[in-house]
Design a protein around this ligand. Sequence first.
Ligand code: ADP
Length: 451
Amino acid sequence: MSHKVLIANRGEIALRALRACKELGLKTVAVHSDGDVDLKHLRFADETVCIGPASPLESYLNVPSILSAAEVTNTDAIYPGYGFLAEDYEFAEQCEVSGFKFIGPSSKVIKQMGDKITAKTIAEDSGIPTVPGYKDALPDSEEDLLKITNKIGFPIMIKATAGGGGRGMRVARNFKEFIDGINITKQEAMNAFGNDTLYLEKYIENPRHIEVQVFGDGKGEAIHLGTRDCSLQRRHQKIIEEAPAIDIDENALDLVLNACVKLCKKLKYEGAGTIEFLYKDKEFFFIEMNTRIQVEHPVTEMITMFDLVKAQLKVALNLDITLNQTNITFKGHAMECRINAEDPFTFVPSPGLITKMHPPGGFGVRFDSHIYSGYKVPPYYDSLLAKIITATNKRSSCIKRMKNALDEFFVEGIKTNHSLHLLLMEDEVFCNNQHDINYLENIFMKQFNND
Ligand code: ADP
């Protein structure tokens, strides 16, 4: 009997999941909000269900509505994608309790890794290098705090254990900033997350962002699928990602890859996960684990030919899959440009009607996108329109292929960050792989500021 999967997401990732389901012969239920009736994947799903008004809180984040849709369609499993409810352990728990398989790790693992102090402790226990700092309860007296800051050394990052999405953290460069920062971050964390527990980390200046893709079968077997470099970011949002990360110290990398696999085996990790690091002066520092598929998963797929989304479905539905590290081989280089509906220089969102568009194509070009000519980009959601992925044998030719792909691609009617990507493909620092996580914002974008 064929399984039925409900896709609890929208946009490109919903289409990506639908394609994988179809390849595996699985039945699909696509849910959507009132504001999303024109989504591309709805046309290819076996069934569609409207789960509420356009506002995400009332639709894609509306757990009772999603579970009712699963109930009425006789769904077996729920695919969360990324964003929305993908890392909400209570949602995973409710799926389990309601008899639907949540496609991802157990609610317990999501909860553990969602608490940053717990996650850091678990990482350390598996031999993963972390940022030096302090994660016990902070003392009240300034004298005791001074001892701690003296030990770590400024600059120090104050972080909320419940933080996420770039919120709940602050850099302090001296003791005065530190004391003020503690009070502000505590208040912010309480307001945003209902939990004001803080911890401290040494602030790593201008690192690269390197992450490791892992995959587990939920029974204790796990593999890694190598690294990605996602250093080209703006406000902690990734803009360009590539695989593998290059110019990395081999010994440090070996140690980290083995420790990541060890962690997943220990947790009996199920499905796809990403362990994120800052990398500086040949050293890796764990920052967090994302217990879901990432936007940038295609670059890993293009250099391994391992279909991460199909593997997620297979593991969750007990279909035939064997994980074996020796079967994973790496070939060439892949790069992804995120095309967003926004002004390329001010980054102000630009929803509206796409009057005309043309996708790129050719050898080694992948276009993961839900947009089409005549599609109206709704204003309520993330601005991601498309991911252009190029793959070739090495980084330099990958950049050339990306340039061609970007030249061929056009969207009319709304603004996109397309021209920013084209400029980056010509940028010497980026082309020489000399950028870090602050390069785009602090250096590259400065040339466009006229004031
Ligand atoms: P979130 O869950 O909010 O994304 P992360 O812990 O992943 O938070 O951190 C987000 C970003 O903040 C990182 O990608 C990095 O740019 C920066 N960051 C976090 N910790 C540090 C640190 N100790 N030193 C320097 N930068 C950091």
